[in-house]
Design a protein around this ligand. Structure first.
Ligand code: SF4
Ligand code: SF4
Length: 216
């Protein structure tokens, strides 16, 4: 049952002496000498929690320099915002699908992470980059080249090794590992897991990204 709190009515002494103002000023005076809780962003950088979903990227294959995407269309199908648009053609000889265009309308994204969880080859990801606010729409409408450069930016700013970095949050949570495609079962270094963080194993690189202004 909801509880109703009744405040005592102000008496005539309180009315004359304006006690509320005196109390307010006393509180202000007290806080003047207490420790500040305001973070001086961007000078003080926030540490990013594991599993943070930030700027979209297409993972660049470190061997070929191309995107890992195999145009299976799972991400575009599962996306609840319908903000992923892919076109492809089939190689007549190998029968492999070749991606022609890959676009994400970031402004429509709700950062659910379904696309990165469902991708069988860890090609599309949500990086830990959070500074990409913009004053115009085109700069947050990502085409394939921009998504690949987003990945380069993420690697550059975080110092992750493109050959070994695997984020456990690219996997669907709670799914039986045996049912996942091979790429989703790649070993994850202990420091990148919640268990490793609970044990206090430090991350190899400070999670701080870039010097561009404006948080998303
Ligand atoms: S995070 Fe969710 S809404 Fe955003 S692109 Fe991926 S599936 Fe779509
Ligand atoms: S789920 Fe992965 S491989 Fe499939 S189309 Fe999307 S990014 Fe490409």
């Amino acid at each position: 049952m909801a509880q109703v709190t009744r405040f005592k009515q102000r008496g005539w002494i309180g009315t004359i002496l304006l006690l509320e103002i005196a109390k307010g000023m006393a509180l202000t005076l007290k806080k003047l000498f207490s420790r500040s809780v305001t973070r001086q962003y961007p000078v003080e950088r926030p540490s990013i929690a594991l599993g943070f979903r930030g700027q979209h990227a297409l993972v660049r294959n470190p061997d070929t320099g191309e995107s890992l995407c195999v145009a299976c269309m799972r991400c575009a199908t599962v996306c609840p915002s319908k903000c992923i648009h892919i076109t492809y053609h089939q190689d007549p000889e190998t029968r492999k699908r070749i991606v022609d265009t890959y676009e994400i309308e970031a402004l429509r994204c709700i950062y659910c992470g379904y696309c990165e969880e469902v991708c069988p080859v860890n090609a599309v990801v949500l990086t830990e980059v959070y500074e990409y606010a913009s004053y115009d729409r085109p700069s947050v409408y990502y085409d394939k080249d921009r998504l690949l450069s987003n990945w380069d930016r993420f690697l550059g700013e975080s110092g992750r090794d493109p050959k070994t970095y695997v984020n456990p949050f690219w996997r669907p949570r709670g799914a039986d590992e045996r049912t996942l495609p091979a790429k989703k079962r790649l070993p994850v270094p202990e420091e990148w897991t919640l268990e490793g963080q609970a044990k206090g194993i430090p991350l190899p690189v400070a999670a701080s990204h870039g010097s561009h202004g404006g948080a998303h």
